[in-house]
Every structure is written in C-alpha cells, then in structure tokens.
Design a protein around this ligand. Structure first.
Ligand code: ASP
Ligand code: MG
Length: 414
C-alpha cells in the first residue's frame, strides 16, 4: 500500500467483465465501484466489457428474422454494437463517481484482425490510444469481442471473444495483472450444480484449463486460454458478485503434479455415429473423414473395432461429433454409401463424455485402472475410450452421466 501511495509502484491491471457482470445498470454501477476501489490504490485500470447478457443473442435473432443466412460482414457491424453500449455505460458510471474514464472501440484500442468476419483472428495490437488515455489519468474501457481489419472493416472474434480481447490486451500492454470477472467464483473440480462437493481450485495450468473447457466445463473461450498460454499471460478467473479470491491460471509448475486429478467434466453435447460393417481396406477411413472434414464437422473420438468376416473383412467404425452437427455428419455418411459399401449407419444422441484431467497423470500410474474400476462398481458401461498425457475420456450412456460423474469425483477428489 505504501508503495502505491508514494506513487513509485503503479500496477497496470486489465479487468474483463462478462455479460452477466454488466447485465443491467445496477451491475454496471457495481463494476464502476470495483474499478474505483482498485484505482484508489493508485493502479492504472483497463476495463474490457462484453455486451449485456442476452444482447448478442437478441441481435442474432433479429437478423435471422429477416434472413436465415445474413451477410457475415453485416453481422459484425450489428454485433459490435452490443459491446459499444456497455463501454459507454461503464464510462458514464465511472464519471458518476467522479473518475475520469474514456471508452474505446476495439478499433480505437488498436486491435487489428484478419478479415474473417464473425470469427476473426487478432493480427496485432497497437494500443497507442490506450496508453495515451491512461497517461492522462483515465480508466480506459475497451469494447470486447471486436476489432478491425487493416482496411478499417469492423470484425468480431467469435462468440465469447471478449475473453480474448482481455488476454490479448494484457499481453500487448504487459499488464501486471489480468482479472476475468464472471458469475462464478472460479474454476471448480466439477460443475457444482451436479457435484455439490466440488471445490474451487486455487490454481490450474493452461493445459488443464483447456482440457476442462473443451470438455464442457465452459468458463472461458478456449481460444483465449490458448492465447494466454502462447504469450504467458497469467490471469485470474473470479466473480464480480463478491470479493472471494478466484482461480489463477498459469503455466504448469512442478508442485501441480502432486495432485493427480484436477477436475472431472461431463460433456452432454456429443453424439455418436456408427458405420456397421465397413470394408476393412486401405483408404476407407481416409475417404470418410475427408468428407466429414470437408463438411466442417469436427470429429472428436474415433474407434474402429477388430475386423471380422472372410473375403474382404469388415469392421465397425464409430466416431463422435458435436450434437448440432449430427444431422450433417449423417447426411455426409449416407452420401458415401454407394462408394464405400457399409451395411448401415446408426446415430446415437444418448451419450455423454466423461473426462478426468490432471497434469499429475504424467507422473502417477494406475489412473485409468482406477477410473474403470469406479465406473464398473457404479454399473456404468464404457463405450469408447480416449487418452492424452493429461486426460482420460470415456463415452458412456447419457442417462448414467451425472451419477457416474459424482462417483468418479468422490473417488479421485472427494
Ligand atoms: N458478446 C459476445 C458474445 O456474447 C462476446 C462475449 O460475450 O464475450 O458472444
Ligand atoms: Mg462471455
């Protein structure tokens, strides 16, 4: 504190507030009050805000009422307005507390992207105006989720993209601290709505966070965590509704390996496609997955059985896709029927993917055996298995998903 007051140490803090944290004017006033508290300690603050919760969805709905496939350039023009409302309102809320504050669009903050509308990637950030406004003593409020191309076209960074704005700005500004404020207290060992004994983690590595996010524990946009890992941005996920410490996300340290399992997640958004009796010969899998990939369907797990039969042997081939892509995947496979010659295709939406994640798996053995044992005791049949260095996932019956998750959490975490 002394140092702050004497002015010889001033921290630069990037704070990002998500949609629920700015959901109405009272919440926006709360944000201003929190910013004011940090500022009173002498820190420089850059605030990144999302659109008020529901606003982006509402704008998308309006466009789709007019046309099912609206122009992506115009969607960016439209969606960028959501964040522009909240930056101005947040600045106004700070002014009401007599704090000098100025709002900047993504473009004004120097966020330059490629030209892929609705899912643009950040090329570079030249935060000249941010520095100038900070140096003049302002809190600077930047619109999340948006940027502009080098030719001045407005772009957006994909859903949830305000997280990326905050992390990328923290990297570009070499911020001392990056705080991601949301409506949960941090990252938990499991979804507390399903597993009441789930605990908040004090820290987690980027890789564990990525596995937990892409496995259904959506706390942050995955791309923003990848970006943070690449540029070494340490950040904290915490709640805007209280003052509890959150979860620190950072590079893996040796002591993190002492804990075998950091978290358990259940992804209910997967579906399984099975091709029955596919000819087992070179090129067949390549043909199938090329066609599926060309249709922009992401495949997660793939399992091929041992072949059976004489002559050209046949095998069953299963893979999982995101549920909304199931129809598309099925259509693609049906289109290959004459060419490949399988017996039938079965689609199953009643699956769940249960995963355990932890960097400690690298140095502890017997984890898979213990997982399978717990599932067996709980009477849960395993349909597919996949593993990485820090993760084991199993596909199980969706109806058994939640009880299985509880049993696995109890066995590994408590
Ligand atoms: N408002 C955008 C969305 O809803 C970006 C964000 O919230 O991060 O996806
Ligand atoms: Mg969000």
């Amino acid at each position: 504190m002394e140092a702050y007051e004497s002015g010889d140490f001033m921290a630069l803090i990037v704070q990002k507030y998500g949609g629920t944290s700015v959901a109405n004017t009272d919440r926006i006033k709360n944000v201003a009050a929190r910013v004011a508290k940090y500022r009173a300690q002498g820190d420089q603050i850059v605030v990144v805000v999302s659109a008020m919760s529901g606003v982006t969805d509402g704008l998308i709905k309006l466009a789709k009422e007019i046309a099912p496939l609206p122009s992506e350039r115009e969607m960016d023009m439209l969606l960028a307005t959501g964040e522009q409302q909240t930056i101005a309102l947040t600045a106004i809320a700070l002014h009401a507390l007599n704090i000098p504050a100025v709002s900047l669009t993504g473009a004004q903050a120097g966020i330059v992207t490629d030209g892929v509308h609705t899912k643009a990637k950040i090329h570079n950030i030249t935060p000249k105006q941010v520095h100038e406004r900070l140096d003049q003593g302002n809190v600077v409020i930047v619109a999340g989720f948006q940027g502009e191309t080098k030719d001045g076209q407005i772009t957006t960074l994909g859903r949830g993209g305000s997280d990326l704005t905050a992390i990328a700005l923290a990297a570009a500004l070499k911020a001392d601290l990056c705080q991601i404020y949301t409506d949960v207290d941090g990252v938990y060992t499991a979804d507390p709505r399903i597993v009441p004994s789930a605990k908040k983690l004090a820290e987690i590595s980027y890789d564990e966070m990525l596995e937990l996010a892409s496995l259904g524990a959506k706390v942050m946009q995955s791309r923003s965590v990848e970006f943070a890992k690449k540029f070494g941005v340490v950040f904290e996920v915490r709640s805007s509704l209280n003052d509890n410490p959150g979860t620190i996300v950072k590079e893996e340290t040796k002591s993190m390996e002492d804990v075998v399992i950091r978290g358990v997640s259940l992804d209910k958004n997967q579906a399984k496609v099975t091709l029955v009796a596919v000819p087992d010969k070179p090129g067949v899998a390549a043909r199938i997955f090329k066609a599926v990939g060309d249709a922009n369907v992401n495949v997660d797990m793939i399992v091929q059985n041992i072949s059976h039969g004489s002559g050209t042997p046949a095998t069953d081939l299963s893979f999982t896709v995101d549920k909304p892509d199931l129809l598309k995947a099925r259509k693609v496979i049906e289109g290959l029927r004459a060419e490949i010659g399988y017996r039938e295709v079965i689609a199953n939406e009643g699956i769940g993917k249960l995963s355990i994640v932890g960097v400690g798996m690298k140095s502890h053995s017997g984890v898979a055996g213990k997982l399978f044992d717990v599932l067996a005791t709980a009477g849960v049949n395993i349909d597919m298995i996949s593993t990485s260095e820090i993760k084991i996932s199993v596909v199980i019956d969706l109806a058994k998903g939640e009880p299985a998750m509880k049993a696995v959490h109890a066995a590994f975490i408590g």
